[in-house]
Design a protein. Structure first.
Length: 64
């Protein structure tokens, strides 16, 4: 059983290391305005695009 526990511990440590590395990535502040792609008013545009247009998620319907 120690092998399974050791493997779980290594996975947890690797997950923590990846999460900490991802949290250290700087986030652009953005500006409020009208999205250049969908035309929606957004509180945070980055490079002129709102969040759904920057990173479309197929699980979420886009608002048009
Ligand atoms: Zn948009």
């Amino acid at each position: 059983m120690a092998d399974v526990v050791d493997h779980a511990q290594r996975l947890a440590e690797a997950h923590l290391a990846r999460s900490l590395a991802a949290a250290r990535v700087p986030v652009v502040a953005g500006v409020p305005g009208i999205c250049g792609d969908c035309g929606e008013d957004s509180a945070r545009l980055v490079d002129g695009l709102c969040a759904p247009c920057r990173e479309p998620n197929p699980r979420l319907p886009r608002r048009f």
